[in-house]
Design a protein around this ligand. Structure first.
Ligand SMILES: NC(=O)C1=CN([C@@H]2O[C@H](COP(=O)(O)OP(=O)(O)OC[C@H]3O[C@@H](n4cnc5c(N)ncnc54)[C@H](OP(=O)(O)O)[C@@H]3O)[C@@H](O)[C@H]2O)C=CC1
Ligand SMILES: O=C(O)[C@@H]1CCC=N1
Length: 272
């Protein structure tokens, strides 16, 4: 794998920013000393500084030195950040990646310059272990920059290029989605405790079962219902359990939750 040779600035090193930074080092895309992590309260980055990351509360200086700038603050924190970095933006040098939900490429260019190349990316927290599902979209970045950013995210999971108008949908399905599947695993483990297992063993069993289900679909390239049909013996206990869950709205609750998340993702940012 070709290591990235330039500098990366991650502005807003909270949950997703730090997960990304760790994932990029773990995947050998970059070394920690190539990555500057910023936040206002840098005492929260002490452990990462010990791991070799450059840490700073000076966003403009981080941008000035960077080739790739990742915007990873909350949507409501973004306008303030963009006005801070404006003097350091050089459209010839940096490509900007925004992971902020509900903020379009044009919203960002309206704040920092119309020739700035902006790529939106929507990863999830499994990026820390190289298992993200990341969707990327842009309306103006060059093919070369899109290829580099795609390569970057491919080192930490799977990448799908989408139209920008589907970005809030990708946020709900993939970025929020990891929490939905985690809650499903937690609920399954609670069921396991009710039927006789200790909490730790129930969780271990539920986690491995969920992993097996996901890997079956990935490796067999099959549809979930094909795999479900192999489990549901006639008059058996699986179909009894599944149908009971459906009577209580299992599929419907996931669909409704994803729709609500997508609507909310599109409304998190105010342009001012
Ligand atoms: N969490 C997730 O799974 C995902 C999140 N996203 C998106 O990523 C973004 C960040 O989300 P998340 O990581 O959960 O949020 P966090 O609150 O965990 O992280 C935001 C970070 O930004 C820092 N920050 C705020 N203002 C500034 C500033 N002016 N300069 C530098 N740092 C600043 C905060 O630290 P401090 O207060 O110390 O400055 C904080 O650490 C959001 O836009 C979200 O929509 C996208 C995909 C997945
Ligand atoms: O909950 C949120 O708003 C962010 C965006 C996607 C995942 N977490």
């Amino acid at each position: 794998m070709n290591k990235f040779k330039g500098k990366i600035a991650i502005l807003g090193s909270g949950n997703i920013g730090v997960s990304l930074a760790k994932g990029l080092v773990k995947s050998n895309y970059a070394t920690a000393d190539q990555i500057t992590l910023t936040r206002r309260n840098i005492s929260g980055l002490t452990a990462l500084a010990k791991e070799g990351f450059v840490v700073s509360d000076d966003n403009a200086a981080a941008v000035a030195a960077a080739d790739i700038v990742v915007l990873a603050v909350l949507p409501q924190q973004l306008n303030n950040l963009l006005s801070q970095i404006l003097p350091a933006v050089d459209p010839q040098k940096q490509v900007f990646i925004s992971v902020a939900s509900g903020v379009s490429c044009i919203d960002i260019r309206n704040k920092i310059g119309e020739t700035v190349q902006v790529i939106r990316a929507m990863p999830n927290t499994a990026i820390a272990i190289g298992q993200s599902m990341t969707c990327v979209a842009t309306d103006n970045a060059t093919a070369e920059n899109v290829a580099e950013v795609t390569r970057m995210f491919e080192t930490v999971g799977a990448v799908v290029k989408i139209n920008e108008d589907l970005m809030t949908s990708a946020t709900a399905l993939c970025a929020c989605g990891i929490a939905f599947f985690l809650r499903a695993i937690r609920a399954a483990s609670q069921g396991g405790v009710e039927i006789g297992f200790h909490a730790d063993e129930a969780l271990k069993m539920a986690v491995q079962t969920a992993k097996g289900a996901a890997d079956l679909l990935l490796q067999m390239q099959s549809h979930p219902e094909q795999e479900i049909d192999k489990v549901t013996s006639p008059k058996g206990c699986t179909i009894a359990g599944l149908n009971e869950m459906e009577h209580h709205g299992f599929s419907s609750s996931l669909i409704k939750g994803i729709k609500l998340s997508a609507a909310k993702a599109g409304a998190l940012y105010t342009k001012e």
